[in-house]
Design a protein around this ligand. Structure first.
Ligand code: AMP
Ligand code: GLY
Length: 421
């Protein structure tokens, strides 16, 4: 199949790795991709958020499927441009992508669909925010309404910090103050063709920057899959009480959700609650979900894109486990220092069960004409380890990280520690 993958992160690298692992002779193009992706497939430099440009490229190059990785092109309506011109696309249109693009839209859909979630107040002024903060009490949860690259959410016991966060984000638009939900977090991905859904294997993400869940929230510092502690019937319950009602609600509103419904969930004492929806594969969870997928990924995504999920069996996963640890630049998540040289990847890749998904990397030519790999952003790469058990997967992942060098870099050392015997 001729496939175009939009995006440039570790998630897209993991998607492309899974497509290539099918050994089905796919012709894959990545736009804009990164240095790691460019080792395996052609990369082209087009703006993935420009709908007419993406649709023109897809048609000129006979793309049979376009997979949209990140949220920005979805929220910009790139999927609509592709669909209008008859191209099969995995990713919701602009209207349905508001499920991720606007937290108040997501809450409204959940209310209308009867989906279990925490209480929330939309606030347009500091007075409203202060009242909601005091009503819900500590720990305080304050969120920017729109996309904020993982930086819009503050969960804190400190009332002054909550108020300062509210004040800052009120300059950018409305905010949400939410009830704090206590419990284990689960990321569950569901493929949707607008009507039917199929679940992938659940994963857990580590959002805080430092060990022991200390420090600020990030885009995600690591993940593991599957979740050995997950309650029985968890997936069926999420499908029945969360995913299908949400997909049906969007279909009723003539904005079908075709793509990946990312359910960010908390298992509270009162039951499963939605913390957030995303309209795309999660990063870094994708890096631990896809390596365990046995069913060909292209078949699933094409079926979702073309209304063909109904009647398909649930995707199959291997019995192996996967752990990923994100290597971040010095200063991430505040002000990452970039442009530094990365070395040791070959030694890391020589370890059994290790793959590396690049995120913010580029090749730079030195004065002597040699190429060197440099870090270009905060989350630089994901080291992914698969193994028969979590203790082995962790050992492999951290041995690989020992082999990699990037000045000032940091990573969490406790990813999947709680599930490794
Ligand atoms: P979000 O971007 O909405 O997923 O929020 C980022 C992270 O903040 C989540 O993964 C949770 O760890 C935390 N968080 C967000 N909302 C809540 C909430 N209502 N209760 C507890 N923790 C939350
Ligand atoms: N790992 C969280 C996200 O993808 O939004």
């Amino acid at each position: 199949m001729r496939i175009l993958v939009l995006g440039s992160g570790a998630r897209e690298h993991a998607i492309i790795t899974a497509l290539l692992a099918e050994n089905a002779g796919h012709e894959i193009t990545s736009a804009p991709g990164n240095a790691g992706i460019a080792v395996h497939v052609p990369v082209i430099h087009l703006d993935p958020t420009n709908g007419p440009v993406v649709a023109g490229f897809a048609l000129d190059n006979d793309m049979e499927l376009v997979i949209i990785g990140p949220e920005a092109p979805l929220v910009a309506g790139v999927a609509d441009h592709l669909r209008k011109r008859g191209v099969a696309v995995f990713g919701p249109g602009k209207a349905a992508a508001q499920l991720e693009g606007s937290k108040t839209f997501a809450k409204r859909i959940m209310d209308d669909a009867g989906v279990p979630t925490g209480r929330a107040a939309r606030c347009g002024t500091l007075a409203e925010a202060t009242a909601a903060i005091d009503e819900y009490g500590a720990p305080y949860v304050v969120k920017a309404d729109g996309l904020a690259a993982g930086k819009g959410v503050l969960v804190t016991p400190d009332r002054d910090a909550a108020l300062a966060h509210a004040e800052y984000w009120l300059h950018h638009g409305s905010i949400l103050v939410e009830e704090f939900l206590e419990g284990q977090e689960v990321s569950l991905f569901l493929l949707s063709d607008g009507h039917s859904v199929l679940p992938l294997s659940p994963a857990q993400d580590y959002k805080r920057v430092f060990d022991g869940d200390a420090g600020p929230n990030t885009g995600g510092m690591g993940a593991y899959s599957p979740l050995p502690w997950i309650p029985a019937n968890f997936i069926d319950e999420v499908i029945e009480t969360i995913a299908l009602p949400t997909v049906r609600q969007l279909a009723t509103e003539q904005t079908p959700f075709i793509g990946l419904l990312y359910c960010g969930l908390v298992v509270t004492d009162e039951g499963i609650r939605v913390i957030e929806f995303n309209a795309r594969f999660g990063d870094p969870e994708t890096q631990v979900v896809l390596p365990r997928l046995i069913t060909p990924l292209s078949r699933l995504l094409f079926a979702a894109a073309t209304g063909g999920l109904g009647g398909l069996p649930r995707p199959e996963f291997s019995g192996d486990v996967a752990v990923t640890v994100v290597l971040a630049s010095e200063g991430y998540p505040d002000t990452p220092l970039t442009g530094r040289v990365i070395s040791g990847l070959d030694e890391a890749l020589a370890i059994e069960g290790i793959t590396i998904a690049h995120a913010a990397t580029a090749l730079r030519t030195t004065e002597s004409g040699e190429n060197e790999l440099v870090a270009t952003g905060g989350r630089v790469l994901s080291v992914v380890a698969t193994a028969p058990d979590f203790a082995e997967a962790r050992e492999r992942a951290y041995r690989a990280l020992d082999a990699i060098h990037l000045d000032g870099a940091h990573y969490r050392t406790d990813i999947a520690a709680s599930v490794a015997e």
